[in-house]
Design a protein around this ligand. Structure first.
Ligand code: MSP
Length: 501
């Protein structure tokens, strides 16, 4: 089955920060998990390069918008492999093929009668590149997101008849309660629709930095429509000489932050309906990373956690693990380097890392580095029953932290098993050989199965460990606890999560 998953595409008016890394990592966990399950996965990320914020930032730096876009898009693109993010393509909305496809799709919206020319006047946030509706504006005419003064703007625009999709959107939400997940953003979007949809502007007359409206070349498309369409356009040119649209569209999952809910759950399905294109299956909305003090991260508050600071100190896998473990995915959460250190030491080094080292060391010491082919411990196995299915079910709903918690309970279970069985005592008396075989086979296979389950979260260290266990495969079929030890030859392993200064 094809599985198409996307992140939001990032603005290129600045460099990437931890919020972007978080979304890419979370999406990567789902993509990798689906690949394990044998799905035909396509994973897209990229950059959103047109519109006012980028034009303004470029102007402030005295460069052309494309120069600024080139610099920052390169940073975002380079960040992905550094985060071990396995995207299949990186789209830039300044790609010529994207621009042509946007024109083609929106021309269809126009031809289908869903556009008209009108005068738009409203309160506008230049940072959001968005007009604000009255009930979301903060006291003192401030942007609810950026808390900067809004300006009163008027211009002749092309409008998109969003109001024509009132009933269709109500029906979409009523018939597909999992179109938006989790429940809270679903309800928020549903109630926004319930208040009655107003038409929205589709073009800008004043701005030049955008994609030209083909039927009225004095206008460029409003950046949000250009940006949203990336999810669809990318498939038409991501593989040179091949169009992947039929293979992967409609998207299975759009992963986004809560600040861009309205665009993805209201504008996006409406514009697709207007163009006669099938709708994505799910939009998953995650929360915000906050500074360690619980306030929104900002340079001026000095509470910013830099992804590179964490990766340099603890490694990429630790960053990935930390973000999905410490912040319940879907909610907001504070992050800071002290909390990273605590999780690293308490869970990665002392629990998983130590379990791995002990298991391998005991196999080498007591069984010449060969996993006994003995039957594994039935009672222990029972504590793993159904785990792989539960994890898969949770990950179908992007419940990344809950799935990780279930896996981690079993990491702890195996550590307790080591203490209960005390193999070092069993090894003293040859009469215990069969029990020791059972114990070591169980530990080896438990660690192996857990590493398969943890692979999407921590690809590099789980691969290293699976290699050392002589069981390379990360396929989902290996996520179950085996009935018997596999007879593999294990190799010594350097600590996966060494003590850090
Ligand atoms: N360009 C738009 C998205 C267009 S998608 C068709 C945009 N860009 S962004 O760079 O501002 O944000 C990109 C993604 O990162 C969004 O999903 C946003 O919610 C997420 N994050 C940005 N800061 C964040 C945190 N501090 N925490 C978690 N994610 C946040 O919006």
């Amino acid at each position: 089955m094809s599985f198409y998953i996307t992140t939001a595409i990032s603005y290129v008016n600045g460099a990437p920060h931890l919020g972007h890394a978080y979304e890419a990592i979370a999406t990567d966990v789902i993509a990798r998990h689906m690949r394990q399950r044998g799905e035909d996965v396509f994973f897209l990320t990229g950059t959103d390069e047109h519109g006012e914020p980028v034009a303004d930032a470029a102007r402030a730096q005295g460069v052309e918008p494309l120069e600024l876009a080139d610099i920052n898009a390169a940073r975002f693109k380079a960040l992905m492999p550094q985060l071990e993010v396995s995207n299949d393509f990186f789209i830039r909305t300044t790609d010529e093929q994207h621009e042509l496809k946007v024109q083609e799709v929106l021309q269809k919206v126009h031809d289908n009668g869903y556009t008209y020319k009108g005068l738009y006047e409203g309160w506008y946030c230049p940072r959001c590149a968005d007009f604000k509706v009255e009930n979301e504006i903060l006291d003192g005419n401030l942007c609810p997101i950026h808390e900067i003064p809004l300006t009163r703007e008027q211009e002749e625009n092309w409008f998109f008849r969003l109001s024509a999709f009132q009933e269709a959107l109500e029906q979409l939400f009523d018939e597909h309660p999992d179109f938006v997940m989790p429940a809270r953003p679903f309800n928020e979007a549903r109630s926004f629709i319930g208040q009655g949809l107003q038409d929205v502007s589709l073009s800008r007359a004043r701005l030049k930095w955008g994609i030209t409206v083909p039927w009225d070349p004095d206008h460029v498309f409003y950046v949000w429509f250009d940006a949203l369409l990336n999810y669809y356009t990318a498939l038409s040119y991501a593989r040179p000489g091949e169009d992947l649209t039929d293979r992967y569209w409609p998207a299975s999952y759009h992963v986004i932050g809560k600040d861009i809910l309205k665009f993805h759950t209201i504008f996006w399905p409406a514009i697709l309906m207007a163009a006669g294109i099938a709708l994505p299956h799910h939009v998953y909305v995650h929360g915000f990373l906050l500074g360690a003090d619980g306030r929104k991260m900002s340079k001026s508050l000095g509470n910013v956690l830099e992804p590179f600071e964490v990766m340099d100190a603890y490694g990429t896998d630790a960053l990935r693990f930390y973000l999905l473990r410490d912040v319940a995915f879907g909610g907001d959460g504070a992050v800071g380097i002290d909390a990273v250190r605590k999780r690293y030491e308490a869970e990665l080094a002392n629990e998983y890392g130590n379990l791995a080292s002990r298991t391998i060391a005991m196999l080498i010491r007591y069984r010449d580095g060969v996993v006994p082919t003995a039957e594994t411990d039935r009672a222990l196995q029972a504590d793993f029953d159904g785990l792989a299915d539960e994890v898969a079910t949770l990950l179908n709903r992007a419940e990344l932290s809950q799935a990780l918690e279930l896996i981690w309970q079993r990491v702890r279970r195996l550590n307790r098993y080591v203490e209960e069985r005390a193999p070092w005592q069993l090894a003293r008396d040859p009469a215990n050989a069969a029990t020791l075989d059972e114990t070591l086979a169980s530990l080896a296979d438990g660690v192996r199965a857990l590493s398969v389950l943890l692979h999407p979260y921590m690809p590099a260290s789980t691969e290293q460990l699976l290699d050392a266990l002589g069981a390379r495969s990360t396929d989902w079929s290996g996520a179950e606890f085996a009935e018997q030890g596999n007879g593999a030859t294990v190799a010594a392993l350097e600590p996966l999560f060494p003590k850090r200064a």
